[in-house]
Design a protein around this ligand. Structure first.
Ligand SMILES: Nc1ncnc2c1ncn2[C@@H]1O[C@H](COP(=O)(O)OP(=O)(O)OP(=O)(O)O)[C@@H](O)[C@H]1O
Ligand SMILES: [Mg+2]
Length: 371
């Protein structure tokens, strides 16, 4: 899926923006600080995921002194007709999402249609922050790879909540046993999904880290959320009194995590900031490549401020890798030349947009070839 045209109104400082991006290839969004580059990526992200990647409050996205924003796009679906999609949000918090002239049933419906991955300065949270970010990373991939995953995940969340209420309110053993059986069922299912996904991801990631970091032996070390030298059922049984005292479910898929290791040592202990960024790019690209290969779905990459933290050599390697991806990529940079100068323009579809005070214009002179 790719965006063939994009219209943004009153989103941050973007009052009225029309963009015809290159469908397969690189779209470079260049402009001075504060011009609106990240806002453009944020608008695309909001369209696909119903939330911003930098503001918890969506009302902050509405352009000052206006009362709603909207983002519309035409999506090209593997050779079929364009599908119109859109999202609007007003100051009262009313959100309207549309797909092909009908109201979208849920955010998940748009997300399924428009897979989006962002790489920005917050992506370092994958290493630096808690396991929730790594679970989100895995679950994002699972959502697209396994049809049954989303329902299983939702059931697990529901059961976990109920079981925690039983523990907190000191309800009967009988009641607890009912929810424990349910928890076991969905936990094993979730765990299997996550293990299968990691097994598929591992070789793709190793290939990419070989290319970007000269590290081919990186391993994803998965922990399911309990000590897996024992069965989950045994652990729950032996934790009975402890859980009764604490009033919540202490182990399970809601505690799952993974670690990336080289020769048994976690990379978070020795990778430099720039190397971390390259690894994050490899991790996100691996998900996209797997999606294209296994599910025949292409995702849209949003890369905010690609040049930051990377030296010329790393930038060159990353750009060359991105240029080879058969998908749509939006990249921001203060100066377009920091990226364009590294590209062999005859090999890549490229479009450059210049952003100035919230206005976006295509720079014809930089367009090498368009898809
Ligand atoms: N709700 C809003 N209404 C109007 N303007 C806003 C709103 N929110 C943010 N802005 C302004 O939008 C502008 C664009 O911000 P944005 O973060 O997109 O810039 P940028 O081009 O990515 O800059 P940088 O190169 O510094 O990352 C900023 O000047 C910001 O102050
Ligand atoms: Mg920015």
């Amino acid at each position: 899926m790719a965006i063939t045209s994009l219209r943004i109104n009153d989103f941050r400082n973007l009052a009225a923006v029309d963009v015809i991006p290159c469908v397969q290839g690189l779209n470079i969004i260049a402009g001075h600080n504060g011009s609106g580059k990240t806002s453009l990526l944020e608008a695309i992200h909001y369209l696909g995921l119903g939330r911003s990647f930098r503001s918890a409050s969506s009302s902050r996205l509405i352009r000052h002194a206006t009362d709603k924003f909207s983002v519309f796009a035409q999506l090209l679906s593997s050779g079929q007709r364009d599908i119109p999609v859109g999202v609007e949000r007003d100051t009262h918090g009313i959100v309207r999402s549309r797909i092909a002239e009908k109201d979208a049933a849920s955010v998940a419906e748009l997300a399924y249609l428009l897979p989006i991955r962002i790489i920005n300065s917050q992506s370092h949270q994958l290493f630096e922050a808690g396991p929730v970010f790594r679970r989100k990373y895995l679950d994002w991939g699972l959502f697209y790879h396994f049809d049954a995953f989303f329902l299983c995940w939702r059931q697990f969340e529901r059961v976990l909540k109920q079981r925690n209420i039983v523990l907190r309110d000191q309800l009967s053993r009988q009641e607890l046993d009912v929810w424990t059986a349910e928890l076991l069922k969905y936990s094993i299912e979730l765990d299997n999904f996550r293990r299968d996904y990691i097994n598929m991801l591992q070789p793709v990631l190793a290939e990419l880290t070989g290319e970007l970091l000269d590290m081919r032996n990186l391993e994803i070390h998965y922990s399911p959320g309990w000590d897996d030298s024992q069965s989950f059922a045994e652990i729950l049984a032996s934790n009975y009194h402890q859980e009764r005292r604490s009033g919540y479910t202490q182990v399970g898929p809601h505690r799952a995590d993974f670690d990336i290791r080289l020769d048994g040592i976690s990379v978070k202990h020795f990778l430099s900031r720039g190397q971390q960024k390259l690894l994050i790019c490899a991790m996100i690209l691996a998900q996209g490549m797997l999606l294209a290969k296994c599910v025949n779905k292409s995702l849209i990459y949003l890369i905010d401020d690609l040049p930051s933290e990377l030296d010329l050599y790393s930038r060159q390697k990353l750009i060359s890798l991105l240029a080879k991806q058969p998908t749509q990529i939006f990249i921001t940079a203060v100066e377009s030349e920091t990226i364009c100068a590294l590209l062999n323009k005859s090999d890549v579809s490229l479009k450059v947009f210049h952003v100035e005070h919230g206005n976006v214009g295509a720079m014809a002179k930089d367009i090498a070839s368009q898809s």
